[in-house]
Design a protein around this ligand. Structure first.
Ligand code: GLA
Length: 389
């Protein structure tokens, strides 16, 4: 009798734990306000497959690995194709997943645009592309990579690219302004880069750029840390970098995670660097399965191999379950306020100053080149005909 009572009293907490613990990364992420995503391709999402089962089982966010880049969406000037992005976005909608948009402006995979020179022409190309792709996918995308990899690896300013050659240091201001005209408050606007996850010259340069943009009241909402990493990653520095970006009022998303020869500890350490910070909102792996990784099928860099889940997944679910409730509450509050645009004093100041900014539009390079257009509070052009979408 005594023994039975002891067993019964032990059984209660065990039972309670097993019903409370989440069964997937997506569910555990949702419980702490974190999107858990993966890059995918529309041709992997038709019919039935173990790949699809795995994607649906563990993730609640997707991003096109390639299909929403410049070249795939605008193969020749002014001719747009959205088929790939539509396939992924339909899948996201059908499965209740969020989506990232990757990417408007990048120097790579930009096809014919790389041959365009001159400020007026480049502005025209940039605006048309962002208006069209942004207009088509608006309301389907939670986070947009407006700019990808525009910072030099040495961290001494902007990378030399065809975009930068034409626009100089106005490149980021211009791209964010164009994106904001189309997206308005319907999605969060990001700067995304690699090799700047922790503390180094490149991440300092990106931090300084972000600070300048926030102080100039540019419509930037977040920084994407690509996170193409290797075993032995320095999670402490990554956490410090996320923290300082949070002090600017910016979201951070880990946007393209793969960890070469990653051990479970690397995955958990990276997740914890995110969980420690209220402003870290998305954890996105660059693919689902090693067999299709851009690094090569032997990379041991993702969470599945040949359709088999790795032990990392369960460890990540447990790490998510142990997240500090105080940080989680702060993250949820941060997200609930919509964009960082209204969640931080600096950003509030930006909104309040929007009227002044628009009145002084001629002093802003991006606005002065757009044929004297009048902009409304969302940065939309009031004088031009409807945007081309
Ligand atoms: C960069 C880009 C991605 C992708 C990877 C390699 O990180 O941002 O879109 O091309 O390189 O797959």
């Amino acid at each position: 009798m005594v023994r039975q009572l002891v067993c019964a009293s032990l059984a209660v907490p065990l039972f309670a734990y097993s019903t409370w613990a989440q069964s997937s990364m997506a569910a555990a992420g949702k419980a702490v306000g974190l999107n858990i995503g993966a890059a995918t391709n529309s041709n992997q999402l038709t019919g039935t497959s173990t790949y699809i089962t795995n994607l649906k089982a563990q993730f609640n966010m997707v991003v096109c690995e390639n299909e929403m880049k410049f070249q795939p969406t605008e193969g020749s000037r002014g001719k747009f194709s959205y088929r790939g992005g539509d396939g992924v976005s339909d899948f996201a909608k059908a499965n209740g997943m969020a989506m990232r948009g990757h990417t408007f402006i990048w120097h790579s995979q930009s096809g014919w645009a790389a041959n365009i020179t001159g400020k007026a022409e480049i502005l025209n190309v940039m605006k048309t592309h962002i208006d069209s792709v942004g207009g088509h996918f608006k309301d389907k995308i939670l986070e947009w990579d407006v700019l990808n990899e525009i910072t030099s690896d040495a961290g001494n300013g902007l990378r030399g690219t065809f975009w930068q050659a034409a626009l100089g240091n106005d490149l980021p201001d211009t791209a964010f302004a164009y994106a904001h005209r189309v997206i308005g408050e319907a999605g969060h606007l990001y700067y995304n880069d690699y090799g700047a996850e922790g503390l180094n010259a490149k991440s300092n340069s990106i931090y300084n750029l972000a600070k300048r943009l926030v102080e100039a009241k540019a419509p930037i909402d977040g920084i994407g840390l690509q996170c193409h990493l290797s075993a032995g990653l320095n999670a402490k520095d990554i956490s410090s970098n996320i923290k300082r970006l949070g002090e600017l009022g910016l979201r951070v998303s880990m946007t393209e995670i793969d960890i070469k020869n990653g051990k479970t500890a690397d995955w958990v350490n990276l997740m914890n660097a995110c969980l420690e910070n209220f402003n870290c909102v998305s954890f996105v792996t660059w693919g689902v399965d090693d067999s299709r990784s851009w690094i090569g099928s032997n990379c041991d860099c993702l969470l599945y191999n040949n359709n088999q889940p790795k032990a990392h997944i369960q460890a990540l679910i447990e790490a998510l379950g142990k997240a500090d409730p105080t940080v989680t509450a702060k993250r949820k509050e941060f997200i609930a306020k919509g964009a960082t645009r209204v969640a931080h004093p600096l950003q509030n100041a930006r909104r309040m100053a929007a009227g002044n900014l628009l009145r002084n539009a001629s002093s802003m390079p991006v606005f002065s080149v757009s044929s004297g257009a009048v902009l409304n509070i969302l940065g939309r052009n009031q004088t031009s005909p409807a945007l081309s979408h």
